[in-house]
Design a protein around this ligand. Structure first.
Ligand code: SF4
Length: 351
């Protein structure tokens, strides 16, 4: 595992959603994403949070406050993906003060040139903090080399998603592979994914029950087992942890602008405050292009950014004759039987 770590074996724990991977790698940190984690008890964090805070933030606060990152990470990066994560950053900095640097950064909510310049400046400031911790500065050449590597990994991830039907693996194994992008270095991810792609057969055509999966992340991952058991295949992905992070390559000469343009180039994402129309159009196109018969919104309870969009999105899908369903869960809970029953009933309507 040592070869997977940053130059000096440093690790940056990164909270959802948009991870400045190239910047971290260029400074000798291996970015490892922390989506919760779902398995950690939440009690110790709850004292600082309102009861209607989502379980991603509740688990993360408890995990970090209980020393879950000590000896494992050298800093924690908190992107401002939503008010809850911004609140988490403040609680860590002002109250619980974990024994490692907490590095917040703000993502703009627009796509204008000024938004890209703003994000480039945020990344430059973050680079300064990383250099203080590591004692290493990254040259423009280092940054461009890191961007090249991440762009290649994003292209391989896009290929995995587009060739999903030809990969002879079930939903659970597909997501375990695709989500290894959350913690493997780009080069290790590329190698692993290319091995699976090389073994793929010819495109067998549409699976029996193709669906689109949206939401933040497939946690608990037993949702994937439930889909497997019902014979459904996720052929289109709009999860924040995956399909919304298929960043486009940027040609910008300034490496900070290049990273900023990349991070703002993903599919329309609730945590970047895109318009309802942009999300609706993207989802309808994605579902139709991939032949998905139904859309499943697998949401984290109390996730305001996602909930804001859903009523309008579902109206639009009805107009397009696309069936959709919404399920809300806490990430650390066992998938309730009631959810499995609802899912099975929904899938039956698609056959
Ligand atoms: S689940 Fe929603 S509310 Fe919670 S951290 Fe993620 S985006 Fe924010």
């Amino acid at each position: 595992m040592t070869s997977h770590l940053g130059k000096e074996g440093r690790v940056a724990a990164v909270l959802p959603v948009h991870n400045p991977r190239a910047l971290l790698r260029a400074h000798g940190f291996l970015p490892v994403e922390v989506w919760g984690p779902p398995g950690h008890a939440i009690t110790s964090g709850d004292v600082h949070l309102q009861v209607y805070t989502c379980s991603v933030v509740r688990h993360a606060l408890a995990f970090i406050s209980d020393g879950g990152l000590l000896g494992r990470a050298d800093c924690v990066v908190v992107p401002h993906a939503c008010d809850s994560l911004q609140g988490l950053g403040s609680v860590l900095l002002d109250f619980t003060k974990p024994d490692l640097p907490v590095l917040p950064y703000y993502l703009p909510r627009g796509q204008r040139a000024s938004d890209r310049r703003f994000l480039a400046a945020e990344l430059r400031a973050l680079a300064g903090r990383l250099a203080e911790i590591s004692g290493e500065t990254a040259s423009d050449e280092d940054l461009h080399a890191a961007c090249d590597r991440e762009e290649e990994a994003d292209a391989v991830l896009a290929k995995l998603l587009s060739r999903r039907a030809a990969l002879e693996i079930d939903n659970r194994h597909f997501y375990e592979l695709a989500r290894s992008r959350e913690y493997l270095p780009a080069e290790a991810f590329i190698k692993q994914a290319e091995t699976v792609l090389a073994a793929a057969g010819k495109d067998p055509g549409a699976p029996d029950l193709p669906v689109l999966l949206s939401g933040l992340m497939p946690e608990p991952m037993s949702i994937l087992d439930a889909l497997d058991a019902a014979g459904a295949t996720v052929v289109a992905d709009d999860l924040a942890c995956l399909g919304r992070r298929l960043y486009q390559p940027s040609q910008a000469k300034d490496p900070y602008l290049r990273m900023a343009e990349g991070l703002l180039s993903g599919a329309p994402d609730s945590t970047r405050g895109v318009s309802i129309e942009a999300r609706a159009e993207h989802l309808i196109r994605l579902a139709k292009d991939r032949g998905a018969r139904g859309l499943i919104f697998f949401l984290v309870k109390f996730c305001e950014p996602e909930q804001f969009y859903l009523p309008q999105l579902q109206k639009r899908f009805k107009g397009e004759n696309l069936r959709s369903m919404m399920v809300e869960v806490h990430i650390g809970e066992t998938l309730p039987d009631q959810v499995i029953t609802r899912l099975e009933a929904f899938l039956e309507t698609l056959t």
